[in-house]
Design a protein around this ligand. Structure first.
Ligand SMILES: Nc1ncnc2c1ncn2[C@@H]1O[C@H](COP(=O)(O)OP(=O)(O)OP(=O)(O)O)[C@@H](O)[C@H]1O
Length: 359
C-alpha cells in the first residue's frame, strides 16, 4: 500500500463529476495529525462532496485520498478508520444513550466488559454519565449531538468527519456546544474535519479553514490568515460581515492600481466621526452621509454613502450617536483592492505615520 509520511489526511488532484456537473475540480489539501479543519463555503460549493469522498461514500473520478497516511481510494467506508457525525444526530430512538454508543462498538464484536468500560469512558468524556439510561427523545438537541459524537468516537477512529454538526442546534446553545466540542476533540487528540457554511463557526472551532467555491479550493489557512490575508477576491468578499464592495475610482489616501478595479471595505476598516469633530487624521477622511442606522446590542451598525458608494460601518454605542441624513467624516484605514484573481491589502497613505491599524 502506498503511504505518505508527513501528512495525515490528504487529497491530491481530486476531480468528481455528477453527470455533467463538476462538483470537485483539482482539489488538493494536506492536513496534519490532530488538527481541527473546517470546510467552509457557500451552498453547492462542494464541501459535502469532499467529506463524502473522504468517508468513502462517494468516489473521485481522478486523484488520491489519504487517511492516517494510507491511500484509501479502494478501501470500503467501514475500513477507513473514520467516525462520522451527521447534522441530524442519526441516533436510534428505541435505544438508550448507553446502547446508542455501544452500537458503534458491537459491529466490531468486542468483549462485553471492554465495551462497557469504553462506553463509560466515552460517557464521561462527553459529560453524559448521568443520562446513560435515557432515550434520545428525552434529551435536548445539544445532548443528542454529544451522544452522536461519543458514538462516532467509540471505535477509536483515526479521523472524525462532521457534517454541519450544529445545523439543528438552537442558536443560544451553539456557542457553548462549539467550545465544548473543540475542547473535547483536543482532549481526545483526534484529527477532525467538519463542514459548515457558517464562518463564525469555522473561525471559532477550526485550527485551519479550507474555503471552497464552485468545486475548487480558494484558500487553506488559519482563521487569522483567511480573515486578514485573503488570497483571492472570493475569500476577501466571503469572509467578514456586511462589506462595501465598490467599483474603485479614487478614495482619499488610496492610489489606483492597474487592473485592480474593485475595493472591499469591511466595517472594521472604517471609523466614523461627527462632521465637526477635530482629530489628527482630517486630511485622510472622506465626506459621507448616514443612510441607515441599526442598533445591534453593543454596536451601532450604519450604512454610509460616499459619493456613489455605500459602505458599512460599525461604532461602539458608547461613541457618538448618529442619525439618518447626518453628514459625517469617514476614515478608511485600509481596504482590499481586487483584480479578477488577486487581492492587495492597502493601507491609507494619508494617515499620520505611526497610526495603529486595526488588524
Ligand atoms: N448525488 C448527486 N447527484 C448530482 N449532483 C449532486 C449530487 N450531490 C451533490 N451534487 C451537486 O454537486 C454540487 C456540490 O454539492 P455539495 O453537497 O458538495 O455542496 P455543499 O458545498 O456541501 O453545499 P451545501 O452547503 O448546500 O450542502 C451541488 O451543485 C450539488 O447540487
Amino acid at each position: 500500500m502506498e503511504t505518505i509520511t508527513s501528512q495525515y489526511v490528504a487529497m491530491e488532484g481530486i476531480y468528481k463529476q455528477y453527470g455533467n456537473y463538476e462538483a470537485s475540480k483539482d482539489v488538493n489539501f494536506h492536513i496534519t495529525e490532530g488538527k481541527i479543519v473546517a470546510l467552509l463555503g457557500p451552498s453547492g460549493s462542494g464541501k459535502t462532496t469532499i467529506l463524502r469522498m473522504l468517508a468513502g461514500l462517494e468516489h473521485p473520478d481522478q486523484g488520491d485520498i489519504y487517511i492516517a497516511g494510507k491511500r484509501v481510494n479502494s478501501i470500503v467506508p467501514a475500513k477507513r478508520g473514520i467516525g462520522f457525525v451527521f447534522q441530524n444526530y442519526a441516533l436510534f430512538r428505541h435505544m438508550t444513550v448507553f446502547d446508542n454508543i455501544v452500537f458503534g462498538l458491537t459491529v466490531q464484536k468486542e468483549d462485553p466488559n471492554i465495551i462497557k468500560k469504553r462506553v463509560l469512558e466515552l460517557l464521561d468524556l462527553v459529560g453524559l454519565a448521568n443520562l446513560q439510561d435515557r432515550y434520545p427523545g428525552e434529551l435536548s438537541g445539544g445532548q443528542r449531538q454529544r451522544v452522536a459524537f461519543a458514538r462516532a468516537l467509540a471505535p477509536r477512529p483515526d479521523v472524525l468527519l462532521l457534517d454541519e454538526p450544529f445545523a439543528a442546534i438552537d442558536a443560544k446553545v451553539k456557542h457553548e456546544l462549539r467550545q465544548w466540542l473543540k475542547a473535547t476533540i483536543k482532549k481526545s487528540g483526534i484529527t477532525s474535519i467538519f463542514v459548515t457554511h457558517d464562518q463564525e463557526e469555522a473561525v471559532e472551532l477550526a485550527d485551519e479553514i479550507i474555503v471552497t467555491n464552485n468545486g475548487r479550493i480558494e484558500q487553506m489557512g488559519t482563521p487569522e490568515e483567511i480573515y486578514g490575508q485573503p488570497a483571492t477576491p472570493f475569500v476577501a468578499g466571503f469572509m467578514g460581515k456586511a462589506k462595501g464592495i465598490m467599483h474603485y475610482e479614487t478614495l482619499t489616501g488610496f492610489e489606483r492600481e492597474e487592473g485592480f478595479e474593485w475595493a472591499i471595505i469591511r466595517p472594521e476598516f472604517v471609523a466614523v466621526f461627527k462632521a465637526d469633530a477635530d482629530h489628527e487624521d482630517k486630511s485622510a477622511v472622506e465626506q459621507g452621509v448616514v443612510e441607515t442606522v441599526a442598533f445591534q446590542g453593543t454596536r451601532l451598525s450604519m450604512r454610509i454613502r460616499i459619493g456613489e458608494h455605500l459602505i458599512e460601518a460599525e461604532q461602539p454605542i458608547e461613541a457618538a450617536s448618529f442619525t439618518v441624513g447626518e453628514s459625517v467624516q469617514v476614515l478608511i484605514y485600509r481596504l482590499f483592492l481586487c483584480s479578477n484573481t488577486e487581492v492587495h491589502i492597502v493601507k491609507n497613505k494619508a494617515l499620520e505615520a505611526g497610526q495603529i491599524f486595526y488588524i
